[in-house]
Write a protein that binds this ligand. Structure first.
Ligand code: MN3
Length: 382
């Protein structure tokens, strides 16, 4: 029996993780859940699963949560610091890190230091501080298992192989809703259009990142740290059907890929059950129904965020942290109709130019860089 803590249980990955736990009660026990401010969903999850601990990040909702669960024997906590404490509980085996953005960094570090296995959905953690995370994980013998579908595909394609036989990684990308749009059309894209992802149902922040290709840029950086491979050996390939979830090209020319329907249940479940594969009741991929699969190179001119992610990673140091902070500010501003679609790229690029570069950042440098980059990016928004 694996005891699981789900950080971000009310989000898209979080709710699907709970589905899997519910379908496999003989294997997994939900030990703790945390949410940002969706208190009603957090309450119903707590009543359904009876975890040991429930924590809400937004402290103003603490009383609502506590009163709603008063008749149950559940510890009710609040605040970001409580999430950091919660992940270190002795009983927890796996921490599913499914919070959105930079907020996931601190609790993930705490879980790694406590030697927990991390099922990592929060890619921003590796974008912001990949070197720190990887070195801490090695020091504390904490395994980091990918939940992101592309990285899960690579992880699954690596089974039985040695990492020194990899020639390159091929990360697939759906291309998002603007794949066939002209630069002019992208210029005038609205948040409502950007939120209509063709294949994947996800939260709002990542859906905008997918439309702008920043998500894929982040995934390149995520792959670099997870699989210890230089970004110049990571290719992005547009694949509109989202059936081939990613691939590895080996030194003998062989390409191994993992395929499936676009659904996060499988990668989440694989991270939870690893090294075992367990039965899933999700629908099966029927290639005869799919018929054709298409692939093409990405257009970095129409989608400059992808190029910026490569540049940030090559520069190294705190540059990916700056990239992420500026993107979080621009992404939110776009969703609130405070900046245009391509303006997001402009804000990120300017912030990367202006923020203080630190070549060998420590944890505190990341905290400072994040704050500084947010200030710079915010100053460019009306
Ligand atoms: Mn992905």
């Amino acid at each position: 029996m694996k005891k699981v803590a789900v950080l971000g249980s009310t989000g898209s990955i979080g709710t699907q993780t709970l589905d899997i736990i519910q379908s496999n009660p003989e294997r997994f026990e939900l030990y703790a859940i945390t949410g940002y401010r969706n208190v009603s969903l957090l309450i119903s999850q707590a009543r359904q699963f009876h975890p040991e601990v429930v924590c809400i990040a937004d402290e103003s909702l603490y009383d609502t949560l506590r009163e709603a669960l008063a008749d149950l024997d559940i510890k009710v906590w609040c605040g970001a610091e409580s999430i950091v404490d919660l992940v270190t509980f002795d009983s927890i085996d796996i921490v599913v890190a499914a919070m959105v953005g930079y907020a996931g960094l601190k609790p993930t570090i705490a879980a790694i230091k406590a030697g927990k296995t991390i099922a990592l959905a929060n890619k921003e953690t590796l974008v912001v501080a990949g070197d720190l995370i990887v070195s801490l994980a090695a020091k504390h013998h904490a395994a980091i298992l990918p939940v992101d579908s592309e990285h899960s595909a690579i992880f699954q394609s690596l089974v039985g192989e040695s990492s020194n036989s990899i020639e390159k990684l091929i990360l697939t990308a759906s291309g998002g809703p603007f794949l066939r749009c002209s630069k002019e059309e992208i210029l005038h894209a609205t948040a409502a259009q950007a939120l209509r992802h063709p294949n994947w149902e996800m939260g709002a922040k990542i859906t905008i990142d997918s439309a702008s290709m920043m998500n894929k840029g982040f995934e390149v950086i995520e792959a670099k740290w997870l699989f210890d491979i230089d970004v110049d050996h990571i290719d992005v390939l547009i694949h509109p059907e989202s059936i081939v979830h990613s691939a590895i090209q080996y030194i003998d020319g062989s390409v191994k890929a993992q395929l499936g329907i676009p659904d996060m249940h499988l990668p989440i479940q694989y991270a939870l059950s690893f090294p075992e594969r367990i039965y899933s009741k999700q629908p099966r991929l029927d290639l005869s129904q799919v018929g054709m699969l298409h692939f093409e190179k990405p257009d970095m001119e129409r989608f400059p965020n992808l190029l910026m992610a490569y540049q940030a990673s090559r520069r190294g140091g705190n540059m990916p942290c700056i990239l992420n902070a500026a993107n979080e500010v621009a992404n939110l501003a776009f969703r609130e109709n405070k900046c245009g679609f391509l303006e997001m790229s402009h804000i990120i690029s300017k912030t990367m130019d202006c923020a203080t570069f630190v070549e060998h950042p420590q944890y505190e440098d990341y905290v400072q860089s994040d704050l500084e980059a947010r200030r710079i990016a915010q100053s460019m928004i009306k």
